[in-house]
Design a protein. Structure first.
Length: 262
């Protein structure tokens, strides 16, 4: 593997634990190509990002500011918004049929909203923290800041199973925002400018996307612009949309596989 790709994996691995798994998988390394750049609301502490057809939804965090939003992708304008209780810190979100589920960070509460009206329909309780959320067509897939992915029954919000995520045989911590793409889970790694692609059955990281330098330095506002977070998939074009917490821009990107040395 090229030296730059090797260094990139070392950077990711610093978020991993020393606990080892039975087998190690060598992930494919991807760079990225920016296809389009869109405005993004800088008051959005982005936690979840997903499409429903052509409609972009976003969940945001911070106590007293957490929300679920429907967004005009071309302008970044918020078209519809519902606030979470000020006592709850909003986290990941996912669409299940006509409903949207939104996690909270430390409050152990998941909210289910009507996707059209954004009216609250029901609340569920869970143990531990809530970070990222996605839907695989049967189960909700949830991260909690550890190396674990939980598979959740959306009808009852009861846990069905867990998978431990490993990078090169070591457990990978700080899994955050999630997106289900073609049978695998893409996840932000908190405080790392990287997405990892995870085999949903084994938990092995099969790919890593280098997003260093995605947001230009001139767009970074000290004390305001936070970490990369937020990934949505457009299956029609086979592209990703990514942003970050309080970022001024949303990026449409395609993945570019990096060459290996022979």
């Amino acid at each position: 593997m090229r030296f730059a790709a090797y260094i990139f994996l070392v950077l990711i691995s610093s978020a991993a634990h020393s606990e080892t798994a039975p087998a190690a998988v060598e992930p494919v390394i991807y760079g990225h190509k920016i296809l389009e750049t869109y405005p993004h609301a800088t008051d959005a502490f982005t936690q979840g990002l997903f499409f429903d057809g052509d409609t972009l939804y976003e969940s945001t965090g911070q106590y007293g500011q957490s929300s679920l939003r429907r967004v005009d992708i071309e302008t970044g304008q918020v078209l519809q918004i519902t606030a979470l209780p000020p006592t709850h810190f909003g986290e990941g979100a996912a669409l299940v049929g006509d409903d949207i589920f939104v996690l909270s960070w430390r409050e152990g509460t998941a909210f289910r909203y009507d996707a059209r009206t954004m009216d609250l329909e029901k609340k569920f309780q869970y143990d531990g923290e809530g970070w990222g959320l996605t839907y695989n067509g049967e189960d909700l897939v949830m991260s909690d800041g550890s190396a674990q992915l939980r598979f959740i029954d959306p009808e009852t919000f009861t846990e069905k199973r867990r998978v431990t995520v490993t990078l090169r045989g070591q457990t990978l911590n700080h899994l955050n925002e999630l997106e289900w793409i073609d049978g695998q889970v893409f996840a932000n790694v908190w405080r790392r400018n990287v997405l990892v692609r995870i085999d949903a059955q084994s938990g092995a990281v099969t790919g890593a996307v280098d997003l260093r330098g995605l947001l230009p330095e001139e767009d970074v506002v000290p004390g305001q612009t936070d970490v990369l977070n937020g990934v949505a998939y457009d299956g029609q074009e086979n592209v990703l949309y990514v942003t970050g917490k309080n970022w001024p821009k949303l990026f449409k990107i395609e993945l570019v596989e990096r060459e290996k040395n022979h």
